[in-house]
Design a protein around this ligand. Structure first.
Ligand code: NAD
Length: 250
């Protein structure tokens, strides 16, 4: 079930957190991966070397996705490595939670440049390689905050709402050859929100606000992404799947 045997794909933001868990899960289930990070550190290089993934192994790539020229260079490099991509997981993203009276234009531009435009340009850059697949699939990573409001971080929330709508528009544009879906996580324990889950009061607050009574782990997201990429999801496109322990129900 949900095998990716023989498939070649790209995962962005794979150096840590949710992207790293997705990389491990997809490689374990047969995919050969182009693994992207903002820069290739020795740790990231070793992670990718040890990951395996298909018979020819996976490979590390670097680019700042908020930089159009860097993303263009990234896809030139990926194209030298593989003539086709069967899937793309656009996971790289950043968070900032300023309240609206204080937030700066620079913060808005940084959040949108990475989360919304950076995600879009990643997908756009991958389209020629996805077109070589008979079975293309894209998964975007939003947040439950893409459809549910919270005080602070309006720029982040708007960027994730934008990703969800980009996903629906692309699903229409790219059908029937390429499917496009979005995963919207709740609170996942990663470096992105380390301050939050290391603060006992906030940690308990989130546990209480989440009907399933715990923070999510990156491994709660990875198999869901694999399902959306797999043949078993071959009639699903344009959907946003909340994976949030029910927090959006409250
Ligand atoms: P993380 O900070 O641990 O990892 C983010 C990854 O994205 C890193 O590999 C980082 O290097 C990469 N990245 C960030 N900006 C980049 C840029 N400009 N260029 C290239 N790479 C860049 O965060 P995470 O929690 O693993 O988040 C992964 C995704 O999940 C993000 O899109 C985030 O918004 C989303 N998400 C996270 C949570 C959560 O609670 N952790 C909840 C909902 C959604």
């Amino acid at each position: 079930m949900y095998s990716l045997e023989g498939q070649v794909g790209l995962v962005t933001g794979a150096s840590r957190g949710i992207g790293r868990a997705i990389a491990i899960d997809l490689a374990t289930h047969g995919a050969r991966l182009a693994l992207h990070a903002r820069s290739i550190t020795p740790e990231f290089r070793e992670f990718v070397l040890n990951l395996g993934g298909g018979t020819e192994g996976s490979r590390a790539f670097a680019a700042d996705i908020s930089d159009a020229r860097a993303v263009a260079a990234l896809f030139q490099e990926i194209q030298r490595w593989t003539p086709r991509l069967d899937f793309v997981v656009a996971n790289a993203g950043v968070y900032a939670g300023s309240m609206s009276p204080e937030v700066t234009e620079a913060e808005w531009e940084a959040i949108w440049g990475t989360n919304l435009l950076g995600t879009f340009r990643t997908v756009q850059g991958a389209l020629p390689l996805l077109a070589q697949s008979s079975n293309g699939s894209i998964v975007l990573v939003s947040s439950y905050l893409g459809s549910h409001a919270a005080p602070g971080g309006a720029a982040y929330q708007a960027s994730k709402a934008g990703i969800e709508q980009v996903g629906r528009a692309l699903a229409l544009e790219l059908a029937p050859r390429i499917r496009v879906n979005t995963v919207a996580p709740g609170f996942i324990r990663t470096d992105m929100n380390r301050d939050g889950h290391e603060d006992p009061a906030f940690r308990r607050h989130i546990e209480h606000a989440t009907p399933l009574r715990r923070w999510g782990e990156p491994d709660d997201i990875a198999p869901v992404v694999r399902f959306l990429l797999s043949a078993e999801a071959s009639w699903i496109t344009g959907t946003t799947l909340l994976v949030d322990g029910g927090v959006s129900l409250e």
